[in-house]
Design a protein around this ligand. Structure first.
Ligand code: ATP
Length: 257
């Protein structure tokens, strides 16, 4: 078990965003969190990455309590994320955006940076090579010198993933990575997520694109009104009556919509 979420609740001045939600993620697994708008999915990501402190409950990562740590400490432990609303540095190049992500892993101190020692130059070369490798992983190598804001929406989302990977995570949290993507980009995204899994990284995925979720995830947790209403493999979840009622809907619903 990599991550263990134990009875997490979050209250925002009267709004109960999460109530006693528990689940765990096994190493190497792709776990999906699904649920209607406002179900508490992003709030859960904000709990895991310590953007917010839980009102109650506890989160452990590799058996160490991480709830309450500063967000940068969470990155140091090996957890990274992407955002529902893309958060790149739009005026910087694609490569520089990835280099920003490596920041927490550089070892050279301030004095070395000022003196630009041989070891620091070597480190810079290694980091650049690693960033270029990551751009190849997300299929953006040809765009390395482009300005980030000029990339297509799908490319920007892939760049955010490369930047997150640059911090050498053990666990990556992807918040609606397929949002705004067309069918071809979504198919590429599926392959990219599988590639990340093959790199030995555990994945937690929030996503509304159900075909993508069902074919990508090993297991799903379903939230509704801040509560966990189901957990299981994609096949079980698709048949779960409570999930169908709350979220997935039925063919009749689609016809009447
Ligand atoms: P979506 O699929 O639309 O992104 P979600 O499942 O991610 O939804 P959350 O964004 O986690 O849902 O929101 C859960 C509830 O908590 C909502 O009622 C939301 O308005 C509320 N909420 C989230 N963040 C805050 C905040 N910072 N202050 C007050 N209420 C908040």
């Amino acid at each position: 078990m990599v991550l263990n979420v134990k009875k997490i609740s979050k209250n925002f001045g009267g709004i109960q965003a999460l109530t006693d939600v528990s689940f765990s993620i096994n190493e190497g697994e792709i776990l999906g969190i699904i649920g209607p708008n406002g179900a508490g999915k992003t709030t859960m990501f904000n709990m895991i990455t310590s953007f917010y402190t839980p009102s109650s409950g506890e989160i452990t990562f590799k058996d160490e309590v991480i709830s309450g740590l500063k967000p940068h400490k969470i990155t140091d432990k090996g957890i990274c994320r992407t955002f529902q609303n893309i958060r790149l540095f739009p005026e910087m190049t694609v490569l520089d955006n990835v280099l920003v992500g490596t920041h927490s892993r550089t070892v050279s101190g301030v004095l070395k940076s000022v003196l630009r020692t041989k070891s620091q130059k070597q480190e810079e070369n290694n980091i650049r090579a690693k960033a270029m490798d990551l751009l190849e992983t997300v299929n953006l190598l040809d765009q390395y010198d482009d300005i980030a804001k000029n990339l297509s929406y799908g490319q920007q989302r892939r760049l955010e993933i490369a930047r997150a990977l640059a911090s050498d995570p053990k666990l990556i949290l992807l918040d609606e990575p397929a949002a705004g993507m067309n069918e071809r980009e979504t198919a590429e995204l599926h392959h990219l997520i599988m590639k990340i899994k093959e790199m030995g990284i555990t994945i937690l995925l929030i996503e509304h694109d159900m075909p993508l979720v069902m074919k990508t995830c090993d297991r799903l947790v379903v939230l509704n009104f801040g509560k966990k209403i189901a957990e299981g493999d994609p096949e079980e979840i698709q048949k779960d009556p409570e999930v169908i009622k709350a979220y997935l809907g039925t063919e009749e619903d689609d016809e009447s919509a």
